[in-house]
Design a binder for this molecule. Structure first.
Ligand code: ZN
Length: 137
């Protein structure tokens, strides 16, 4: 922990990274992607079939504002279909965000190239919402 506790307002947004490995998990992940988009105001990222950044499997990113956490994360707990999901905050320290402040739903995976993640950076707010929720979570 920092010298004094960080206020919750340090967190400007969150990411959920939904991982998949092989065609069966890919199909589950894409279905989950549609189900999320139908229920939550998020910025749904594109599907990365090749490894990108610190992520050890193909995945897609779900970027969301702080208030969405309270319903999206419980919904993912119930509906992740066996997939591994990394949840991390976005603050001004992306390395800590991924290594120290993150948690996993399902089996954890390694964080790759952690040295490439900045110790200090401009905090990244949620990307613009690109979903049109029409179902209750
Ligand atoms: Zn992320």
């Amino acid at each position: 922990m920092a010298a004094s506790p960080l206020p919750v307002a340090t967190i400007v947004s969150y990411h959920a990274h939904v991982y998949f490995d092989g065609p069966d998990e890919r199909a589950l992940a894409l279905r989950l992607r549609e189900e999320i988009a139908a229920r939550f105001p998020v910025a749904m990222g594109r599907v990365h079939d090749r490894l990108v950044g610190p992520h050890a499997r193909p995945m897609y990113q779900v970027s969301f504002a702080v208030p969405v956490f309270a319903t999206l994360i419980p919904w993912l707990m119930l509906n992740r279909d066996g997939l591994s999901i990394l949840i991390h905050p976005n603050t001004a320290a992306e390395r800590d965000d991924h290594l120290e402040r993150a948690f996993w739903l399902g089996a954890p995976l390694p964080i790759l190239h952690a040295d490439d993640l900045a110790e200090e950076n401009e905090p990244q707010g949620a990307n613009p919402v690109n979903t049109t929720p029409h179902l209750e979570p």
